[in-house]
Design a protein around this ligand. Structure first.
Ligand SMILES: *Cc1c(COP(=O)(O)O)cnc(C)c1O
Length: 462
């Protein structure tokens, strides 16, 4: 058997070349693959092989197996869900992260990782206009960020009510009100389940036509709640419309009652980076915690999200643990004190690379370009007979109707089959609609125009 290093170098080069080749051609592939699931299982599945295989063949086999089944979501005409496409530097930094194999637990397991995460946190708060004193953690996405932030909220509101939730749990604890918009993201519900609140604890607040919480209803709900421990979940960037809740009203009404305000800003909080869109998230700095994704609009590879908290003590008391065997270097911030993981990937390197590549100017340009391309979709589609734009396009999300639910479904299916671009469907105010999200840094005006043409073709055969 050769020394591992003899084998690793050519293998990494080969892997990098395959990854690069994929990304170079990702814009030319049919956006969604047609996968013969049974054939895939028959060919590659079955029981674990008895005998091992040399590393080189393993990588060749892996590439052969998965490439035909890959989705071109990193490419310029994937408009489904809200997905970014990793920047070049962030992609390469992520490969380096794998090569370096640093444990991002604390300053002892990797000073480099701890220090770079520190820098990422500082830059992030600066870019988003959040308080410099806020604590932060790099987690797997906004789902993880919502969970971490709501754990910090749970700590603080119960502490104020004289209850130690880390020690005594929720059994027998004072009841906590969870006030959230009825258009909140589904991950909020999952976080509430994981944290032991249950979705039954939710008091949904009605939303207005574009999916933002009705501010009067929010104030009414908060004023009606006596002085029970309360957590308010608001949103920056509705996943259908892009609309943000009124954060100023939420902060004012919630803080009047000692409630905690959490902002789920998975993609919408990036509006803060742009002078043109910053007003959509005005008041964000006055909230108590924030969730924002790296792998959506910041164009960092999966899995990367950020949890930030104006109450570092609540954040770390909710998240950290101490064990006698841990040799902690207190000169350095321990990343794992702010996330639910112990041994963890050093996620900071790729985020650092994305922020460094873009700089402030690049961030502004990225956000504004995506929004302007969303408006281009809106303008071109609105001019087509039989198309209705169903939302007020305030950010990067566009909802499109094609007459009735059945026809809309047929158009969406035709577009997906055509392969030029990919848009998903959604249900909004009872109607089935096509949802377009412009969130990838490589998307151009030409990509929008080609996609509009594909939609017109899909309509003709629907
Ligand atoms: C995408 C999204 C989430 C979940 O983020 P993940 O990164 O998928 O965990 C939560 N909230 C909103 C508003 C989102 O758009």
């Amino acid at each position: 058997m050769p020394e591992p290093s003899d084998l690793l170098r050519p293998l990494l080069v080969r892997a990098a070349e395959r990854a690069a080749a994929f990304r170079e051609t990702v814009g030319d592939r049919p956006v969604a693959p047609e996968v013969d699931v049974e054939r895939f299982r028959r060919t590659f599945g079955g029981p674990l092989p008895d005998k091992g295989t040399d590393a080189e063949s393993v990588i060749d086999e892996l590439v052969e197996m998965v490439e035909p089944a890959l989705v071109a979501s990193a490419g310029p005409r994937y408009f489904g869900f809200v997905m970014g496409g990793a920047l070049d530097s962030a992609t390469a930094a992520d490969m380096l992260t794998t090569g370096w194999e640093q444990v991002g637990f604390n300053g002892v397991t990797s000073p480099a990782s701890a220090l770079v995460e520190e820098i990422v946190g500082t830059w992030l708060k600066d870019a988003l206009g959040l308080p410099a004193r806020a604590s932060f953690g790099i987690v797997t996405g906004a789902q993880g960020a919502n969970t971490g932030a709501l754990a910090a909220a749970r700590h603080r509101v119960l502490k104020r009510a004289g209850w130690d939730v880390e020690r005594d749990g929720l059994q027998g604890a004072p009841r906590i009100r969870i006030v959230a918009g009825e258009e909140r993201h589904g991950t909020i519900d999952r976080s509430l389940r994981l944290l032991g609140f249950g979705t039954g604890a939710l008091e949904p607040v009605p939303t207005g036509p574009n999916g933002a919480v009705d501010p009067n209803e929010l104030v009414r709900a908060l004023d009606a709640g006596a002085e029970e421990p309360t957590i308010v979940c608001v949103q920056a960037g509705n996943v259908n419309t892009g609309a943000s809740d009124d954060l100023e009203v939420a902060n004012e009404a919630a803080h009047r009652h000692g409630a905690w305000v959490h902002v789920d800003g998975a993609f919408g909080l990036w509006a803060a980076a742009s002078p043109e869109f910053e007003h959509l998230v005005a008041g964000r700095e006055g909230a108590d915690s924030w969730a924002v994704d790296g792998h959506k609009w910041l164009q960092v590879p999966y899995d990367t999200g950020f949890v930030l908290c104006a109450d570092p003590e609540a954040h770390s008391l909710a998240m950290s643990y101490t064990a006698a065997y841990l040799q902690d270097d207190r000169a350095l911030r321990a990343p794992s004190d702010f996330v639910p993981e112990s041994s963890r990937r050093s996620r900071g390197f790729a985020s650092w690379a994305a922020l460094r590549e873009l700089g402030r100017a690049g961030l502004v340009e990225l956000v504004e370009r995506c929004c302007s391309l969303a408006r281009r979709f809106e303008e071109q589609l609105a001019a087509v007979d039989g198309i209705m734009i169903a939302n007020q396009v305030v950010l990067n999300q566009v909802l499109v109707g094609f007459g009735d639910d059945e026809r809309t479904e047929r158009v969406i299916a035709n577009v997906q089959h055509d392969g030029t671009c990919w848009m998903g469907g959604t249900t909004w105010h009872g109607d089935r609609l096509m949802r377009i999200s412009v969130s990838n840094w490589t998307t151009t005006e030409d990509d929008v125009d080609r996609s509009v043409e594909a939609i017109r073709r899909a309509m003709a055969s629907a």
